[in-house]
Every structure is written in structure tokens, then in C-alpha cells.
Design a protein around this ligand. Structure first.
Ligand SMILES: Cc1ncc(COP(=O)(O)O)c(C=O)c1O
Length: 404
């Protein structure tokens, strides 16, 4: 059958329309397709819908903003209240020194912005030779050229021709390897970018002390530490940000996804004092970087409403409690020999199938049980809305048990 006009991301372009599930509605942690099937969404869509679907508070805030003005840009000389207020609110909860907040729409834009801002700050600080970007294997940093060049999922880098120079991907979780790169090329390093807990690359928590080692190496070599919080941020680990969960203070943090739970796309970069200082030192310097929708009022209104929901409903504590329940359920499957391993932190986990079972096949079988998980390299993942019920968690576990 001929493919549809829509060209799907991360899909075979040759696939016909029968290969897709047509999603038409959602409520809480459940979505429905056009054939009347319900699914418990154990992935919060693509790791983002923390507050759940059909939230009246978020819809009302968006509608109210649309009725005033949907968007007006914030390139100089313009400003608007929702973006200023959201920047204040995010700065207040970010584990970054004295930050300001830059906005974009996608996680990939946030990553590219952080990488460019890091290089710009090095130039402004009088260190133009520091242009190298270091990242680690299994990291996912989006699909713009910067994020593609930085990412450590090698299949995603193939077949697009030349990527950006001055990017080095070091072995995963290997402090020695990182220290060697710093010893050899520390004078050239602009920044290290890493997810605190690696998400799309397989849900890998950092080894004890690893993020702290990055912090020390960056401090010793005037390099910036960028935490890519696109999945970790806004409550996934039971803290506002993954950096807080693992006890580290980066110079910059990228965020997206759960910032608005996807109601309207919004992303950004938290830019800390060490980066601000050189950028603000010369009054004549202009940050020639930004997106049409940086500071989009309606997206920022959605972000403010999502923060309110998270605070009012205690979603951070809820993530911790729900995560403990899901972890123990998945662990019982491992203890029974049905799966090999469960790993993760907070409320995001990977479950590794037994030898010979492909993650895509396991995902399909679990889908047949009415639960959505995601296949990753060597595992399936769980990243449910923070508003799901205990009963829904138990159904997620039962579905994985039923197909093992
Ligand atoms: C850690 C991380 N960074 C960046 C991105 C890219 O975000 P987007 O797909 O919104 O561009 C993702 C997306 O999953 C991500 O997980």
C-alpha cells in the first residue's frame, strides 16, 4: 500500500498507512485510537506528558492566552509577561547558579542553543580556541546538526554526510577516558554535554561520582558543563531536574518535553552565572542566536500552568512513589526469570528482555495488551505520566508478564 503524504520521523519512509496507530484522544494516562482501542500510555507519549492528557487547567491557560494574543516575538526590543514569568519560575527551581533562561521550541533547538552559547561565551571570555564539544556514548541530544554531531547513538549519525567538526564522543561512564581527553586537549574544550540519566540510549543512570568528575574536569579547564535535562527535567526523577537528583550543579541545562507536557512545544536553556558573565561583560555584544518562537506566549502560558499542576498536585513526590511501585513490579518479573534486568531511577525504567527477544517484538506484544512502552537499544522503556494510578502501574507490569 502507498505511504501517506505525511513523512513520519524515525520510521521507514516506504511503510504504508497500515503500519500506524491513529491516535485520536487522551485522558489522564490513557490514549485512544480511531478504532476505539484504549491504551495505558507507559511512555507519556515520547517521554513528555507528565501532567497527563486533557488537563482542564492547562487547556484553560492556553485558551486564555490565545484570546489575548497567541504570540509576539521577544527579539529586541520586545518582551512579554508569560515568558518573563516562566523564566523566573524556572530559574528559581534550577540547580544552577544565578541563571537566566533562553527559550526555544524543541529539545534539539535547546541543545544547539546550549552548544552555540557555550562557544560564544568562550569567545567572549577571550578563549576563542575553546571550541571542542565533548559528549558520551549512548547519549541522545536530538537531531539538529549540533545534537546529531554530539549524540552517542551511532546509528542516528549515519547516512547524513559530514556532521560538525570539533565534537568528540567519549566512552560511556568512563572517567579515565574523559580525563585523558581533558589532559590532551583541555585547552580546546568549550563544553561537555551529557544527560544526567541517559534516556533514549537505554535508561542508564550515571555511575556514582561520574557527573561530579565532569564538574571537576570542567572547573579545572574553564570548560562548561551542560546537563541535557530534556527527559530528566520537570519531575521525572522526583526532583525538578536530574542534576539535583544526582547532586551536581551544571553551568547550563537544556529542557523541553515535560516543561509543557507537550500541550504546546516549548524548550529552553538555563544559562548560569559562569556563562552569563562573559556574555554580559561587553555591552556592545549581541547574542545573534534565537528562534521565531523563542518566548512564545502561549507555550509559556502552558509551561506556567504545568508548573502549577506539578506543585498543586505534589507530582514530584508522586513520581517517587509511583516509581517505587513500578520498579518493584518490574523487579519481580526479573526475579521470576521473565526478564533479565530492570534499571533506572525515579519514575523512568528500562526492562531488558531475555536473550533472543527483540525489544520491538516485545513492544508489539505489550501493545497487544493495551499498554504502550518504547523499544530502545536492548531494552523497552517506561516513562509514564506522573498522574497515573496504582492500578495502571500494576497493569503495566501485568502486560509485561503476560507476554514474557
Ligand atoms: C536528552 C534529549 N535531548 C534532546 C532531545 C531532542 O528533543 P526534540 O525531539 O524535542 O528535538 C531529546 C529527545 O528525546 C532528548 O531525550
Amino acid at each position: 500500500m502507498a505511504p501517506t503524504t505525511l513523512l513520519h520521523p524515525f520510521s521507514p519512509p516506504a511503510l504504508g498507512p497500515d503500519g500506524y496507530i491513529n491516535v485520536v484522544s487522551g485522558e489522564g494516562a490513557v490514549i485512544a485510537d480511531d478504532k476505539g482501542n484504549d491504551y495505558i500510555d507507559a511512555m507519556a507519549s515520547l517521554w513528555y506528558c507528565n501532567v497527563g492528557y486533557s488537563r482542564r487547567e492547562v487547556i484553560d491557560a492556553i485558551t486564555a492566552q490565545l484570546n489575548r494574543i497567541p504570540a509576539y516575538h521577544v527579539f529586541g526590543p520586545f518582551a512579554n509577561d508569560p515568558s518573563e514569568e516562566l523564566a523566573d519560575r524556572i530559574a528559581a527551581i534550577a540547580p544552577v547558579d544565578d541563571p537566566r533562561v533562553f527559550f526555544g521550541s524543541s529539545g534539539s533547538e535547546a541543545v544547539d542553543s546550549a552548544l552555540k552559547i557555550a562557544r560564544a561565551a568562550q569567545v567572549q571570555a577571550g578563549r576563542p580556541e575553546k571550541q571542542l564539544i565533548i559528549s558520551r556514548m549512548a547519549g541522545y541530544h536530538g537531531t539538529n546538526y549540533g545534537g546529531t554531531s554530539a549524540q552517542g547513538l551511532l546509528d542516528n549519525k549515519k547516512g547524513f554526510g559530514d556532521l560538525l567538526g570539533n565534537h568528540i564522543v567519549v566512552p560511556q561512564d568512563d572517567v579515565e577516558a574523559l580525563a585523558t581527553v581533558f589532559a590532551e586537549r583541555g585547552d580546546e574544550i568549550a563544553a561537555v554535554i551529557t544527560e544526567p540519566l541517559q534516556g533514549a540510549g537505554g535508561v542508564h543512570p550515571p555511575p556514582e561520582g561520574y557527573l561530579q568528575a565532569i564538574r571537576r574536569l570542567c572547573d579545572d579547564h574553564d570548560a562548561y558543563f551542560i546537563a541535557d535535562e530534556v527527559i530528566n527535567g520537570f519531575g521525572r526523577l522526583g526532583t525538578w531536574f536530574g542534576s539535583e537528583f544526582y547532586g551536581v550543579r551544571p553551568d547550563m541545562m537544556t529542557f523541553a518535553k515535560a516543561a509543557t507536557s507537550g500541550y504546546v512545544p516549548l524548550s529552553g536553556v538555563v544559562v548560569g552565572a559562569s556563562v552569563r558573565a562573559p556574555l554580559e561583560a561587553d555591552p556592545g555584544f549581541i547574542l545573534r542566536h534565537g528562534f521565531t518562537y523563542s518566548g512564545h506566549q502561549t507555550a509559556c502560558a502552558a509551561g506556567l500552568a504545568c508548573l502549577d499542576v506539578a506543585v498543586d498536585e505534589g507530582l514530584l513526590d508522586r513520581a517517587t512513589a509511583l516509581g517505587a511501585r513500578l520498579r518493584s513490579g518490574l523487579q519481580s518479573l526479573v526475579d521470576d526469570g521473565l526478564y533479565q534486568e530492570v534499571r533506572g531511577d525515579g519514575f523512568v525504567f528500562a526492562l531488558v528482555p531475555n536473550e533472543g527477544r527483540e525489544p520491538v517484538a516485545v513492544r508489539d506484544a505489550i501493545l497487544g495488551q493495551g499498554v504502550i512502552v518504547r523499544p530502545l537499544p536492548g531494552a523497552i522503556s517506561y516513562c509514564p505520566p506522573l498522574v497515573c494510578t496504582d492500578e495502571q502501574i500494576d497493569r503495566m507490569v501485568d502486560a509485561a508478564a503476560a507476554v514474557a
